[in-house]
Design a protein around this ligand. Structure first.
Ligand SMILES: NC(=O)c1ccc[n+]([C@@H]2O[C@H](COP(=O)([O-])OP(=O)(O)OC[C@H]3O[C@@H](n4cnc5c(N)ncnc54)[C@H](O)[C@@H]3O)[C@@H](O)[C@H]2O)c1
Length: 249
């Protein structure tokens, strides 16, 4: 068991086929007590119940600072002080620059970037209390390639911002034994695209992936486990590609 002494907060974990849900499951199997946060309260609580008695689901809009601070305090009281945070909540839109409204920009950038910023800030007192911590940010291949599969320019910008945030926090927090890393997945088989990728387009995407398939949520969850656990005890400020070889730099 890699996480038997850990309490993990996973944002955006309420989606039944999502990366957060798969990560929550894997972390629970590895002994962590898991707090699943989602803007959709019913789905967060459903996942919490499915994981078992040691785990909980909470409503939390990661863009709302007072909600984030309150929920993190509640997690610390109910499950113990969090030692792991996975900044996973995110939304995307397949729009070109001239289609992106200011409210599109705000939601896409705020959920990924402001959310990761606020949650990372809110988790610090608890990690300091424990003398250790691991923060994992779910960025995207889109941050490196400038999109090209689904998300628009606002999504690429938000996910690239998360990489800058990851590196800055890694440098800042290393002396306090808090590691911060990011994952840049290629296309993952979840519901984030809302079924908007045609079969023809999907076949073309897969033709471009050397490993011959898109990712499953568990592929990303396993990378999260590596960063969250002591397996990555000497790794901070790193970005791991999980893309089947579709982008090698
Ligand atoms: N699926 C992919 O192809 C892919 C690729 C690269 C990166 N990612 C990133 O991985 C992460 C997870 O994506 P997924 O594919 O599992 O998506 P998903 O849509 O299945 O899950 C995202 C979850 O975030 C929640 N959420 C949205 N706004 C929120 C808010 N303000 N506060 C809290 N929760 C909120 C949603 O309710 C949903 O449950 C996202 O950050 C996404 O950008 C996904």
């Amino acid at each position: 068991m890699l996480l038997k002494d850990d309490v993990a907060i996973i944002t955006g974990g309420g989606s039944a086929r999502g990366i957060g849900r798969a990560t929550a499951q894997l972390f629970a199997e590895q002994g962590a007590r898991v707090a699943v946060l989602d803007i959709d309260e019913a789905r967060a609580q459903q996942v919490g119940r499915e994981l078992g008695d040691a785990h909980r689901g909470y409503r939390c809009d990661v863009t709302n600072q007072s909600e984030v601070v309150t929920v993190f305090r509640q997690v610390a009281e109910e499950l113990g002080p969090p030692t792991i945070l996975v900044n996973n909540a995110g939304v995307t839109q397949p729009k070109r620059i001239d289609q992106v409204t200011l409210s599109d920009y705000d939601i896409v950038v705020d959920v990924s970037l402001r959310g990761a910023f606020l949650c990372s800030q809110a988790v610090l007192p608890y990690m300091r209390q424990c003398g250790r911590g691991s923060i994992v940010c779910i960025s995207s291949l889109s941050a490196k390639r400038g999109g090209g599969i689904f998300g628009g320019p606002h999504y690429s910008a938000a996910k690239a911002g998360m990489l800058g945030l990851t590196r800055a926090l890694a440098r800042d927090l290393a002396p306090e034994n808090i590691r911060v890393n990011a994952i840049a997945p290629g296309l993952v088989d979840t519901d984030i695209t809302g079924g908007q990728i045609s079969a023809e387009r999907m076949a073309a995407i897969i033709r471009d992936i050397p490993l011959g398939r898109i990712a499953q949520p568990l592929d990303v969850a396993r990378a999260c486990l590596f960063f969250a656990s002591e397996l990555a005890g000497y790794v901070t400020g790193e970005v791991m590609d999980v893309n089947g070889g579709s982008h090698i730099d």
